[in-house]
Design a protein around this ligand. Structure first.
Ligand code: C5P
Length: 310
């Protein structure tokens, strides 16, 4: 038996623009995803001596159908595509895949817009790619990933990436610093399909990709200097937009209160991430983020929220 122990990071969307809708109902996006240090732990045991099966075990989520878990889906797709590839190449006629047990310890909040399930799924794909000694090229991995979920391709790369298409056209953005963050997650989540459906009822807002290119260059040129980055964010505040935020707020109104209070407590910028319901604030320093966390907690208005300071 071989065992893999992996940790899978969460993400936030530093901005998210909707560019249009495809015939299959998915939306074309222009979004910058940024890895954050909140992690799920994943253990994968691969045992060819046991009967072939895929088993997903997630503590605290026993009542959810494991086959609906994105890790199950990722593993199942990986084996199906590997089977097809080996048969097409004439390497084998029939392959029996090994017993594969995936155990999850979840810390990334769900229904938060932080990509927990997608990150776990990408980690499974990468572990299997390693176990079977790199059977797929980058394009094949990417297409498998987007088939599991629109956010999954990003997690094959991590770091900070511009994600276009439905999420699978990836441009790695180097040299984006890890800013001090405070993330607040209300107890209720937002349903992603409902959030996109609500966005469809709102008018699409045009945006200029060149402005985003210049913003990226300005951030890199600030070279990690907190004052310069604060200046760049302030000067480009109107570019930090999440087109899913208004739909998210219409479903979970407290999101608007959290954004207002994070900005009131000194955040350079506060936005909902992805389809919500988590909200992040970017701060000039870790001390500023800690002060904001204290002030917001002391207001007593968010006792039922989860806080993550990174
Ligand atoms: O691919 P994933 O399962 O993460 O998507 C969840 C839902 O979010 C989809 O069923 C779809 O309604 C919506 N979605 C979308 N366009 C995207 C990503 C997700 O419409 N680019």
């Amino acid at each position: 038996m071989e065992s893999y122990e992996i940790s899978a990071n969460a993400k936030i969307n530093l901005l998210l623009r909707i560019c249009g809708k495809l015939d299959n109902g998915y939306h074309k996006l222009y979004t910058v995803m940024h890895e954050v240090d909140i992690t799920d732990d994943i253990t994968i045991d691969i045992d060819p001596d046991r009967p072939s099966d895929i088993v997903v075990i997630c503590e605290g989520m026993e009542d959810i159908d494991p086959k609906k878990n994105l890790c199950y889906k990722a593993c199942d797709r990986f084996y199906a595509r590997l089977h097809k590839k080996l048969v097409e190449e004439g390497t084998r006629e029939r392959i029996v895949f090994p017993y594969t047990e995936i155990r999850l310890v979840k810390r990334i909040p769900s229904q938060a817009g932080m990509g927990g399930g997608s990150s776990d799924a990408a980690a499974v794909i990468l572990a299997l790619q390693d176990h079977f000694v790199n059977p797929f090229d980058e394009e094949e991995l990417n297409s498998m990933a987007v088939n599991v979920g629109a956010d999954v391709p990003f997690f094959l790369y991590g770091g900070t990436c511009l994600c276009e298409g439905v999420g699978e056209v990836i441009t790695v953005l180097d040299n984006i610093p890890k800013w001090p963050l405070l993330i607040v997650k209300p107890p209720v989540g937002v349903s992603t399909p409902r959030c996109f459906a609500e966005a469809d009822r709102m008018a699409l807002v045009e945006f200029d990709r060149d402005s985003y290119r210049r913003l990226y260059e300005d951030i890199v040129a600030a070279d990690g200097d907190a004052d310069r980055i604060a200046g760049v964010i302030a000067a480009n505040r109107d570019l930090f937009v999440n087109d899913l935020q208004a739909p998210g707020i219409s479903e979970v109104p407290v999101i608007a209160d959290i954004i207002r209070d994070l900005e009131g407590a000194g955040a350079l910028l506060s936005l909902m991430t992805g389809s919500g319901s988590a909200v992040f604030g970017i701060f000039r320093s870790g001390e500023d983020a800690a002060r904001a966390e204290k002030a917001i907690k002391e207001s007593g208005r968010y006792d039922d929220c989860a806080f993550y300071r990174i």
